[in-house]
Design a protein around this ligand. Structure first.
Ligand code: CO8
Length: 259
């Protein structure tokens, strides 16, 4: 039996799969859903049998944003104190294993931000991305004004954030927001295959790679380069590095033991 009501959780091999499951509300993100998502992510992160996580929604919507009905009556004091909306969005940042967003349909507002908080986005050809908060008299609140410019550049980010228009999958791919676009009926298979590939590598190297790439977004180039160099050197202390390089030299598949 599932411990969750608003998400579905299962695993396949070393991959943990989380499906947002409020279909009637187009997966609008309320506090209860974000609590469940955080708990499921933490559980997979702590599970030695899991090497990579896939986060997905329905065909029609990855997530159409924060739950507008729930937010409508909040005051400044409610949201500033952090009892609502903001309290459970930071969990995602603490997850050290890679998270792939498999996006079909709408990824709007908080839904687009949630996808951008993942490590990369694979989009179905029906995906639509946008930050329509401006239409509601607010601005993005979970990193949209920060991650979107880093992903697509200032001009397109300003266009999207200020007009509230949506961008389709091919525009998102051209702009660099998504890593690949695949036919809708191939999305789940493609995301799972990518996740299984990642989960087959050394868990230590994978976590170090994620940490180092994230540094590129969070600090200066010089700090990022120094950080990358330290981690790069440190990986020579792992058994998986010895195995990975020996396997290449010996022309055989590597058997990583994640140590
Ligand atoms: N919140 C609540 N309910 C929603 C939301 C939402 N964001 N989006 C859709 N729904 C509901 C609709 O109300 C509707 O419910 P019902 O059937 O009971 O009337 C159902 O889902 C289906 O929606 P539609 O009938 O509207 O479906 P359409 O196919 O006609 O349209 C759209 C789909 C274009 C996606 C449309 O639903 C829409 O524009 N939705 C709102 C999108 C939006 O504005 N998102 C941004 C919300 S604000 C936000 O995300 C701020 C994030 C801040 C995060 C802060 C964290 C720290």
């Amino acid at each position: 039996s599932q411990p969750y009501e608003l998400i579905l959780v299962r695993s396949e091999g070393r991959v943990g799969l989380i499906t947002l499951n409020r279909p009637k509300q187009l997966n609008a993100l309320n506090d209860a859903l974000m609590d469940e998502l955080g708990a499921a992510l933490k559980a997979f992160d702590a599970d030695a049998g899991i090497g990579c996580i896939v986060l997905t929604g329905s065909e029609k919507a990855f997530a159409a944003g924060a739950d507008i009905g729930a937010m409508a009556s909040y005051s400044f004091a409610d949201v500033y104190k952090g009892d609502y909306i903001t309290r459970n969005w930071e969990t995602m940042r603490s997850i050290r294993k890679p998270i792939i967003a498999a996006v079909s349909g709408f990824a709007l507002g908080g839904g687009c931000e949630l996808a951008m908080m993942c490590d990369f986005i694979i989009a179905a050809d029906n995906a639509k991305f946008g930050q329509p908060e401006i239409k509601l008299g607010i601005i993005p609140g979970a990193g949209g004004t920060q991650r979107l410019p880093r992903a697509v550049g200032k001009s397109k980010a300003m266009d999207l954030v200020l007009t509230g228009r949506m961008m389709d999958a091919s525009e998102a791919e051209r702009a660099g927001l998504v890593s690949r676009v695949v036919p809708l009926d191939k999305l789940q298979d493609e995301a799972l295959a990518a996740a299984l590939t990642i989960a087959g590598y050394s868990q230590i190297a994978v976590m170090a790679a994620k940490e180092a790439v994230n540094k590129a977004f969070e600090g200066s180039l010089a700090d990022g380069m120094a950080f990358e160099r330290r981690l790069f050197h440190a990986l020579f202390a792992t058994a998986d590095q010895k195995e990975g390089m020996a396997a290449f030299v010996e022309k055989r598949p590597a058997q990583f033991r994640h140590q």
